[in-house]
Write a protein that binds this ligand. Structure first.
Ligand SMILES: [Zn+2]
Length: 322
């Protein structure tokens, strides 16, 4: 078993030796998930090369050139939930400037802009950045964050499902702290390895997403990291409607021996489906539709239970710059 040496945790610079599990991806390459006992986080090892990552991102779940990722009804739900998130942010900051790191197609920023906010986005994928620019007339740049802004430039910084993709998540949090005004708000959402769906699903957990996710946080470890980076954590949400019930559903389907993330692929917009030729009606489809009537109510129930227990599949943490 070649582990290519043990990885070093970028957050504490300690070597990690404990393997949580290994997983062989669609490319038949095996990845190991290590635990940093010091930070109580997991690391994917080896980290895919930049070339491998660009292939994963261009063919995978993350990009759609027309800006749509899902079928229309899901797009509507996502829109509704985004407006609710805006209202939550407004309970901290009435109006001001917001930076969205990894803003994708710009949907969230557009909703903030409509409310009179000064918005700016960052997106690594150039096509998504161009889409947001053109379609919503939002200022989005495709590149890294380091040193781009003056100190105390923003009232709010949002990092939605981005931190787990980064090689050095700690450095990004430091930079967020630097560019936020004193008392400014940082919103971070990540999958939670300490959730019931992660504990149940193990390698089958939908939100594990190896090898795209390089770091895997628990609620406790994220809060600890934010505090270390000089934030005061105010709110830790464990129920995210757009992630958690589906996380349960897809995890249970994965654990039932159906081709990994089959349903997710099916729900993606037609443009993304064209890219994913493997999604054809098959025995996996029959099994999925037989299991749905049972799994769907269970996923909603389990999401509520895990939220009540403080073990939600995705967490969204609101913290204030000290
Ligand atoms: Zn560590």
């Amino acid at each position: 078993m070649n582990k290519e040496g043990h990885p070093t945790c970028s957050l504490c610079s300690k070597q990690c030796e404990r393997v949580v599990f290994e997983k062989t991806g669609e490319s038949h390459k095996t990845y190991f998930v290590y635990e940093c006992l010091n930070c109580q986080i997991w690391l994917t090892h080896p980290i895919p090369s930049a070339e491998e990552l660009s292939i994963f991102y261009s063919t995978g779940n993350y990009r759609a050139e027309t800006g749509k990722r899902f079928i229309p009804i899901l797009e509507k739900i996502i829109n509704f939930l985004t407006v609710r998130k805006r209202n939550r942010i407004k309970s901290y900051v009435k109006k001001g400037s917001i930076l969205d790191l990894g803003c994708g197609r710009g949907l969230f920023l557009n909703i903030m802009k409509q409310d009179g906010w000064k918005v700016i986005g960052q997106e690594f994928d150039e096509k998504s950045a161009i889409y947001a620019n053109k379609n919503y007339e939002i200022d989005v740049w495709a590149g890294s964050l380091g040193g781009k802004f003056e100190e105390e430039s923003f009232d709010v910084v949002n990092i939605n499902h981005v931190l787990e993709h980064l090689e050095k998540p700690g450095e990004i949090l430091e930079e967020c702290n630097r560019i936020l005004k004193k008392g400014g708000l940082l919103v971070v959402a990540v999958p939670n390895i300490d959730s019931l769906q992660s504990i149940f699903g193990k390698q089958n957990w939908f939100q594990l997403d190896i090898p795209l996710h390089l770091y895997h946080f628990s609620s406790k470890s994220l809060v600890k990291l934010l505090e270390k980076k000089l934030f005061r954590v105010d709110l830790n949400r464990h129920f995210k409607f757009e992630y958690n019930p589906f996380g349960w559903l897809q995890t249970m389907l994965n654990a039932s021996g159906i081709r990994e993330n089959y349903l997710y692929d099916l729900l993606k917009s037609s443009e993304l489906k064209k890219k994913d030729r493997k999604t054809v009606l098959s025995i996996d489809g029959v099994k999925t539709f037989l299991l749905l009537p049972l799994y769907l109510p269970l996923s909603i129930m389990f999401s509520i239970i895990e939220a009540v227990l403080g073990k939600g599949g995705t967490i969204e943490v609101y913290s204030i710059k000290k």
